[in-house]
Design a protein around this ligand. Structure first.
Ligand SMILES: C[S@@+](CC[C@H](N)C(=O)[O-])C[C@H]1O[C@@H](n2cnc3c(N)ncnc32)[C@H](O)[C@@H]1O
Length: 317
């Protein structure tokens, strides 16, 4: 990674961590070969859709969390629901059948946990779009998904952190757009701006433009962020992103958020501590250069992804 020129926010233009450089290349290859139609079965598994396998189960903190927070009836319901393991329904997902079943059971436990912990905002009442080929997991006879359940939990935290029906949300690193789907569905007045690198930007544009009026959507590369007006964003969101960037890029984005969210709020969900093996970086959430004027309104270990922390600030401007 060579030095690169900085923009007004100190954000090094075009600097992408080696970690994401490698993933970008892999995701672009998959996009070229399969198109975007199977994004929820391919790239999403490296965004925020977690896989569970029998071989890794003993080490899975998420699975342990789900078991600890499930009743015997939850477990029974998760096990007894009809499960489609047929190869034709799991195209592009060459997992053993036992792992497919485990994935369905874990997703149902997560769903029931989210049902208990979220109320009011209605995210779990949304349909999981067939766009992007979601994995065939059903519960109570309907299609459910891990992404919708996680987004519902995140939205509850965001509401607890004081965001009230934001009219302009900006997200840094949106993957294929799972979080945007929830905001744009629940808040009809909301506009959504995504800042991302390729090919995620192409994927989220492809996904969200089919589901929502394109007038509500803006897609920006990191080089285009200066087009976002100061104080124009009510809520900024960034999930599982900043820890994976170079420290300079991450801190540049925090400076950018400081300017555009003045008077609004910021929600971050990131690894608490993480070793980036590709760039050989040890990253601690508590080392992020959070602007001094931000007022912390929420900070807690995340449910389910217990090695993540979620925090929210008010930016007094
Ligand atoms: C692990 S994925 C998380 C996706 C999404 N937030 C979610 O929770 O589903 C990380 C995201 O950060 C994006 N990203 C990586 N480096 C970036 C950079 N320098 N600027 C903007 N986005 C970046 C990736 O393209 C991807 O969309």
């Amino acid at each position: 990674m060579g030095e690169s020129p900085e923009d007004d926010f100190g954000l090094p233009a075009r600097e992408v961590s080696q970690f994401w450089n490698e993933l970008q290349a892999e995701h672009a290859r998959v996009l070229r070969e399969s198109g975007p139609e199977t994004v929820k079965r391919q790239q999403a598994l490296r965004y925020f859709t977690w896989r569970w396998s029998w071989s890794g189960l003993r080490r899975s903190e998420q699975f342990r969390f789900l078991l600890r927070h499930s009743t015997p009836i939850d477990l029974l319901k998760a096990l007894l629901e009809k499960t489609d393991l047929d190869d034709s329904s799991w195209q592009e997902v060459p997992w053993p059948r036992a792992d497919r079943r485990l994935y369905c059971v874990a997703t149902r436990l997560l769903w029931q946990y989210a049902e208990r912990m979220t109320s009011g905002h209605g995210a779990l009442g949304l349909a999981e779009p067939l766009t992007g080929s979601p994995l065939p997991v059903s519960f109570d006879g309907r299609l459910i998904s891990q992404d919708l359940a996680n987004s519902a939990l995140e939205l509850s935290a965001i509401e607890r952190g004081g965001a009230d029906k934001p009219r302009h949300v900006l997200e840094i690193g949106a993957g294929y757009g799972r979080t945007a789907y929830v905001f744009l569905s629940l808040y009809e007045e909301c506009r959504y701006t995504i800042v991302d690198i390729e090919p995620a930007l192409t994927l989220s544009r492809w996904y969200l433009s089919q589901l929502f009026d394109p007038e509500r959507l803006t897609f920006l590369t990191p080089e285009q962020i200066e087009s976002v007006a100061a104080k124009s964003v009510d809520l900024a969101v960034s999930i599982s992103t900043l820890s994976e960037m170079t420290p300079r890029t991450r801190d540049g984005y925090l400076g950018f958020l400081d300017e555009v969210t003045a008077g609004g709020r910021i929600y971050l969900k990131q690894w608490m501590n993480w070793h980036n093996p590709v760039d050989n970086l040890d990253v601690r959430f508590d080392d992020f250069a959070i602007p001094e004027r931000w007022v912390l309104v929420l900070k807690e270990p995340c449910p389910v992804q217990t090695r993540f922390v979620q925090a929210m600030w008010r930016n007094p401007g």
